[in-house]
Each structure stands twice: as C-alpha cells, then as structure tokens.
Design a protein around this ligand. Structure first.
Ligand SMILES: NC(=O)c1ccc[n+]([C@@H]2O[C@H](COP(=O)([O-])OP(=O)(O)OC[C@H]3O[C@@H](n4cnc5c(N)ncnc54)[C@H](O)[C@@H]3O)[C@@H](O)[C@H]2O)c1
Length: 266
C-alpha cells in the first residue's frame, strides 16, 4: 500500500515513540516531512527510533518523559516549543496494559498506575499541547483502543482508562474545535507490538479468531490512520474515536462460529 502525506515544515510530537505503534507513527511523520519529537520513558528505545529516522534522512530528536507526571509533560512541551519554535501535531500514544485480572483481583496500586499512565497522561498532554497550539491551531490524536469502545474480560482498569480517553477526546474536541485545533482518537484492535509479548499464545490465538479480518494488525496500519486524521483528508472530523481493528468492534468477541461443524455458514 502506498499512501503518502505531506507534513513538511510541521513539528510532530509522538509519546511512546520508542516502540510499537508510537515508533511507527514517529517514522511515518518523519517520512512525510515533519520534524518529530520522539518522547518516551525508555531512553534506549527512544534513541533507537531517532537513529532509525535519521538513517532514512528524516529529522527527529529524543525527549525523555514520564507521561504520568504533569510536571514532566509540561516541561516536555515547553522544551519542544523552545527548540523547534512550534508544535503542530501531537500523537498522545504512550500506554501500558497493566494487570490482566478479573476486576475484584486488580490491586488498587495497579488500578492507579493504569489510570495514571493511560488516562491522566492524556489530560496532561492535551492541556499543555492545546496551550502551545492556540495561536496557530493544530491536530491531536490520542491512542485509545477498542477497549475504549467495548468491554473486555480481565481488563477493567485498562478498559476504564481507554473509555476515559475517548470521553476526554470528545470534550477537548468540542472545547477547541472553533479555535482551529482538531482532536480525535484512534482505537486500535490487536496490533503486533511488544505490548502483546506478555500474552500467552492460546490467548492470542483465541483473540485472533475473534477478528473478522483473521489477522493481527501492524503498527504501520495504525500510523497511517493517525497521519490521515492529522491530514486535510480529515479536515471536518472532530472528536471521532476511529476503530482500526480488522472489524473487532463490529460484532464483539465470541460471535464467530463458522469453525463449528454444522454451523449455518460452515
Ligand atoms: N498493541 C495493541 O494491540 C494495542 C491495542 C490497542 C491499543 N493499544 C495502545 O497503543 C499504545 C501503544 O502501544 P504499543 O502496542 O505500541 O505498546 P509498546 O509497549 O510497544 O509501546 C508503548 C511505549 O510507551 C512507552 N511508555 C510506557 N509508559 C510510559 C510512560 N509512563 N511515559 C512515557 N512513555 C511510556 C514505552 O516505553 C513504549 O515505548 C498504548 O496506548 C496502547 O494502550 C495497543
């Protein structure tokens, strides 16, 4: 697939840019001509992403950040504006899965950590980014998840956080749509990143079986959606929570039965 975008002259921030979806997004923005601020808690991964971008002729710089810290995020945005002179695009993407357990077994500490890293972080980022963009306008995409649209087994904290990201996206889009800042969310399904490494194979296989397109998605497929949401092609889209999921949210999990002998579609 050859989809091209042009973000020449734009400054784009990608949080969680050192791995998986964030790295694909950082590479895609750089390939489309943007100067990219790769922000991540992992210096090793973040710098590796920057090296890869520079090796292909792009422009990028690594910034260490813990997105669950309001102070870190405020100083990140101030530093980016100080160094690059502006901020035009932000992809608020850093996230963790946290404890995968039935709800009553999730620890209070685990709950707080998932909410801090996945939801409060987006609030901190939005606040600082919107303030930086108010003068000239801009585009923001938050990485939610299909878990921001439907429930999931053993994912109470993660699902609550991602539903929160979708809600924040809608409210922020309403508050700043008239000020030239377009804010949307992307809701990935199952994507092939280190995020899934912890998942035992039988669980992964079961999940793949529930995907109408019959396969896990790639980080690049999410990145392309993020770039499109930031492009003029999506100029009239505000507060959207866009599933990019191979069809997972169409019927929910467990509705597929074409493998069963004697099924009407078998
Ligand atoms: N992979 C999937 O199947 C999937 C599905 C739906 C949504 N998502 C979402 O996509 C986003 C990216 O996930 P991924 O799959 O690329 O995972 P990943 O683990 O490959 O990348 C996540 C990145 O975020 C960084 N990070 C984690 N905590 C951070 C913090 N406190 N501050 C700054 N950076 C931090 C990590 O160092 C890492 O580089 C997450 O928000 C995740 O919830 C992933």
């Amino acid at each position: 697939m050859n989809v091209t975008f042009d973000f020449t002259g734009k400054v784009a921030l990608v949080t969680g840019g050192g791995s998986g979806i964030g790295r694909a997004s950082a590479e895609a923005f750089a390939a489309a001509g943007a100067m990219v601020a790769v922000a991540d808690i992992s210096e090793v991964n973040g710098k590796a992403a920057v090296d890869a971008i520079e090796a292909t002729g792009g422009t990028a710089k690594f910034f260490a950040v813990d997105v669950s810290s309001d102070e870190d995020v405020t100083s990140l945005i101030a530093t980016i504006v100080g160094e690059f002179g502006q901020l035009d695009i932000a992809h608020n993407n850093a996230g963790i899965e946290g404890e995968v357990l039935p709800l009553a077994e999730i620890s209070s500490e685990g709950w707080r950590q998932v909410l801090d890293v996945n939801l409060s972080s987006v609030f901190y980022c939005l606040k600082a980014e919107i303030n930086a963009m108010l003068a000239k306008g801009g585009c923001i995409v938050n990485t939610a998840s299909v878990a921001g649209l439907i429930g999931g087994y053993h994912l109470g904290a993660y699902t609550a956080a991602k539903h929160g990201v979708v809600g924040l996206t809608k409210c922020a889009a309403m508050d700043y749509g008239s000020k030239g800042i377009r804010i949307n969310a992307v809701c990935p399904g199952l994507i092939d990143t280190p995020f899934l490494d912890e998942m035992p194979a039988p669980f992964k296989d079961r999940l793949i079986f529930s995907i109408p397109s019959d396969r896990i998605g790639t980080p690049a497929e999410i990145a392309r959606s993020v770039l499109w949401l930031c492009s003029d092609g999506a100029a009239y889209m505000l507060g959207h929570a866009l599933p990019v999921d191979g069809g997972v949210v169409l019927g929910g999990t467990g509705t597929r039965f074409d493998d069963l002998v004697g099924s009407p579609t078998g």
